[in-house]
Write a protein that binds this ligand. Structure first.
Ligand code: ZN
Length: 304
């Protein structure tokens, strides 16, 4: 089956053609400009391929509520032109194919579960720490959506003694994203995460806060594995520090053989950067099987 996949990000749109076995045949990357500029480019790419269904894993927040008048929309993003934009609807309308839709991080979680370091797990948490801090959660084999969708990147954490940085989240200040995403590190020190020296205490703070998030997720979701990726994690030693801090914070409270080896419990992504696109291919495959449902959720009357 020929399927289309879109990993929609705030800076780039990764478009790919592939199949239900996760083979990526072709890909094209478009910079994310305004919807008027970028969407037609993507539609042209996919229209030339005669795909049977589309899968979209998008930055957000997005509306995933089945039956909602704005299902498939990007909702309240500060990204210019994209707030209240019917991203999924544009593909269903213009390509005439069913489309599956989820958050970028849930897409990446699904990709890791099927093809990456989450293989063999039925409960998995995927964390990305980059321009923002996002988390996708799969529990008992299903991506979690709930009322809206988890926004666990904004969870509150306990501040480290001596850390008086106020954080940069416009909503919460020093939530996890406000303290640990790439722009937070830049705001804290005036230099990018990449330029920050290896021994800087910032990395200790970053490891401590992400470890708290890992602990909170272990206690609430009980995943069989946690995968952490994103640009900030490119820093040497950070993943190891997060593993050690998480173990410390758990303080031996939970008894599971999985937690005995933190090197295999908290891992880096294993899809070579393709986890989002691979997850989107799976969303497309599911949409192809459920054509009627997806077209029902797409609401012509409220499309704009
Ligand atoms: Zn926040």
């Amino acid at each position: 089956m020929k399927l289309g996949a879109l990993e929609a990000g705030g800076t780039k749109m990764v478009c790919a053609i592939g199949d239900e076995a996760g083979h990526i045949e072709k890909r094209r990357i478009f910079p994310t400009r305004t919807p008027e500029e970028t969407v037609p480019e993507m539609l042209d790419f996919f229209a030339a391929e005669k795909i049977e269904a589309m899968g979209i894993a998008s930055f957000g927040p997005v509306d995933l509520r089945k039956g909602s008048e704005t299902w498939g929309y990007i909702t309240s993003t500060p990204k210019k032109g994209w707030a209240d934009f019917n991203l999924c609807g544009a593909f269903i309308r213009e390509l005439g194919v069913p489309a599956g839709f989820d958050t970028d991080v849930n897409g990446a979680c699904l990709g890791e579960l099927l093809y990456g370091n989450g293989r063999g797990c039925s409960s998995l948490v995927y964390i990305t720490v980059g321009t923002g801090l996002g988390m996708g959660i799969c529990a008992d084999g299903r991506l979690i959506h709930g009322m809206l969708h988890p926004e666990a990147g904004h969870m509150l954490v306990r501040k480290a003694p001596g850390d008086d940085f106020r954080g940069i989240c416009p909503y919460h200040g020093d939530c996890l994203e406000g303290l640990c995403c790439g722009p937070a590190i830049e705001a804290r020190y005036g230099i990018t995460a990449r330029e920050l020296p290896g021994e800087d205490p910032a990395w200790g703070y970053t490891a401590y806060y992400i470890a708290q998030a890992a602990m909170n997720l272990i206690l609430t979701v009980s995943p069989e594995r946690i995968i952490i990726g994103g640009g900030v994690l490119g820093h040497p030693g950070l993943l190891e520090a997060i593993r050690a801090r998480t173990q410390q914070l758990l303080a031996g409270y939970l008894k599971s053989p999985l937690l005995q080896n933190m090197d295999t419990y908290i891992m880096e992504p294993g899809c070579g950067g393709d986890q989002g696109v691979l997850g989107a291919l799976k969303l497309a495959e599911e949409a192809a099987k459920d054509d009627k449902g997806r077209k029902m959720w797409y609401n012509e009357k409220t499309d704009k």
